[in-house]
Design a protein around this ligand. Sequence first.
Ligand code: SF4
Ligand code: SF4
Length: 136
Amino acid sequence: MPCPWYKGGVCTSPKLRRPSPAVTHPSRCLGSELEYKSCQFYVEEQNSGRTESKLVTSLKPAIAQQLRPYNPIHVIENKPSEKCPFIKVYSYSGGYLAECKVLSRLLTRSEVVLCSSNWSACPFYKIGSKRPKAYV
Ligand code: SF4
Ligand code: SF4
């Protein structure tokens, strides 16, 4: 099991101001629990303030105006996976919305299914990985 903060070559530890690939080291991030827990950027998930439920923020009116959600295609009943480092999930209208930071737009329900199942093969993930600071 890799470090839980290691997502697609990027360290998403809350100890960093922004997710970054610069601090990663495959033998440590993808190593044993003993190895990644000795990393200075590692923090227990329950102590991080970034547990799954806390990550979901409500969609603020200003962001809603910018993203223009259209409920029939954008609102998702079940919380989508956030394994891709470029997905941002909001709670909205009794469900969830998912924004792709690389595309700077909301994802449709069918796109979110692909983002959850095959995000590392996504061409936009590959674009984002080259300049992660620009998108996360
Ligand atoms: S081992 Fe350290 S650098 Fe690697 S993902 Fe975990 S916290 Fe980040
Ligand atoms: S479209 Fe690609 S880069 Fe964007 S959130 Fe989905 S998997 Fe990630």
